[in-house]
Each structure stands twice: as structure tokens, then as C-alpha cells.
Ligand binder design. Structure first.
Ligand code: ATP
Ligand code: MG
Length: 214
């Protein structure tokens, strides 16, 4: 592997997608077609992973078994890594993913209470040791993130948005634990700041990783 793989993580409404939208043209200027932006669940140019995304996020299945859900996320991720991310890295690309494995460990492991170690083990099978070079963790109190979403996105509610605040608190605690366990990989940024500042902090984190290589 020669490229670099960076994931963006954090609760809903933390600003991951908003920040990526701003960083994408900046990075494109520098790296052109060497840049690949993707997201989970699903993935850029990955029909199998996207088909699984449609199932896991659909409000049509409110009673999905939580282990089924965890398995689907891991299956989708396997496909994303094998068919999208690894080939891009082999071609020396810079890959940025809006969410990756930490989302599963935080949401299914901590949020749904399957156990972070269980979900990590399940994903180890899918990933065979593959991890991002760097993860930018958008740290925000979940109630602030949910408030932002409610203020801006009334018509597009997915299944996860319908969960209780306690669920989101567990997710947040899970993320904190992950950041503590792996401070070398996971860079924490304060996502409660104004968007402009969050963008700058994320930009610096991304550039630190990319400049290491050059
Ligand atoms: N720093 C910020 N301050 C205020 N509002 C923000 C900030 N960052 C993002 N927002 C707003 O909050 C909403 C959610 O942001 P965004 O969709 O980028 O979050 P996200 O982390 O991608 O969430 P999700 O996990 O649900 O995809 C958007 O309407 C966005 O404009
Ligand atoms: Mg988003």
C-alpha cells in the first residue's frame, strides 16, 4: 500500500460531511485525480456496498436484529475495502472516507450494547488488520449534533435519527474510549466550534498525514 487512507468519524451532526465538502475542492487542487472521496455505509463506485447501505439505513426495517445490523455493516465494509479502498491505495491515491470501522464499534458496540470488543472482532474478520492511517474524530456532545440536524434536515430522517438520546450518549462514550485507546491513529478535533474553525482543524489534521509521506 502506498497511498494514504483517512477516515472522518463522530456522531450525527458533528459536521463530517459539511467539512469534507469544503476540503474536497482544496485537496483536488493539490492532488487532482489522485484523490478519492468515499463514505460508509456503502462506498464510491461500489454497488454491493451501496445495496447493503440501502437496507441498513432504510426506515422500512425498524425491527432489524442488532447482530444482523452489525454483520451487514461489516459485510458492506469488507466490500468497500476490497473493491474500492485497497485498489485506490495501491494506485497511490489519497482516500478520505466519511465514516469507517470506528462507527461500527461506537454505534453497534457501544450504542446498541453488543460490546465494543465483539464488534471489533467481527470487523477484524472483515478487515484482516486493515485500518486508516489517520482518523479525524469530530468531538461533539450528541445533543448539540442532534439539534443541528433537527434545525437543518426535517424531511430526511433515517432510522438511526429515531433512536433515543441515551443511545447517542452511549455512542459518544464509545467514541471517547476509542480515541483514548488509539491516540496515535485518532486525532480529536473540537466539532462544537463554528464551522470555519472545524474546517481549519480538520484541514490541518489531514495535511499533517499527507505531508508525512512527501
Ligand atoms: N460547526 C458547525 N456549526 C454549526 N452548524 C454546523 C457545523 N457543522 C455542521 N453544521 C450543520 O449541522 C448539520 C449537520 O452537519 P453534517 O451533515 O455535516 O454532519 P455529519 O457529521 O455529516 O452528520 P451525519 O453523521 O448525520 O452524516 C448541517 O446542517 C450543517 O450545516
Ligand atoms: Mg454526514
Amino acid at each position: 500500500m502506498v497511498g494514504k487512507f483517512i477516515s472522518f468519524e463522530g456522531p450525527e451532526g458533528a459536521g463530517k460531511t459539511s467539512v469534507l465538502k469544503v476540503l474536497m475542492p482544496r485537496l483536488q487542487k493539490q492532488y487532482g485525480s489522485q484523490l478519492l472521496i468515499t463514505r460508509e455505509p456503502g462506498g464510491t463506485d461500489n454497488p454491493v456496498a451501496e445495496a447493503i447501505r440501502d437496507v441498513v439505513l432504510s426506515p422500512a426495517y425498524p425491527t432489524m436484529d442488532i447482530r444482523t445490523e452489525a454483520l451487514l455493516y461489516a459485510a458492506s465494509r469488507r466490500e468497500h475495502v476490497q473493491k474500492t479502498i485497497k485498489p485506490a491505495l495501491a494506485a497511490n491515491k489519497i482516500v478520505l472516507s466519511d465514516r469507517f470501522v470506528d462507527s461500527s464499534i461506537a454505534y453497534q458496540g457501544a450504542g446498541r450494547e453488543l460490546g465494543m470488543d465483539n464488534v471489533r472482532a467481527l470487523n477484524d474478520f472483515a478487515l484482516e488488520g486493515f485500518l486508516p492511517d489517520c482518523t479525524v474524530y469530530f468531538n461533539i456532545r450528541p445533543e448539540i449534533g442532534l439539534e443541528r440536524i433537527q434545525a437543518h434536515r426535517q424531511n430526511e430522517i433515517n432510522r438511526l435519527d429515531l433512536d433515543s438520546i441515551e443511545f447517542h450518549q452511549r455512542v459518544s462514550a464509545g467514541y471517547h474510549q476509542l480515541a483514548q485507546q488509539d491516540p496515535k491513529r485518532i486525532v480529536v478535533i473540537d466539532a462544537e466550534q463554528p464551522l470555519e474553525q472545524v474546517i481549519e482543524d480538520a484541514w490541518q489534521a489531514v495535511n499533517r498525514v499527507l505531508k508525512m509521506e512527501e
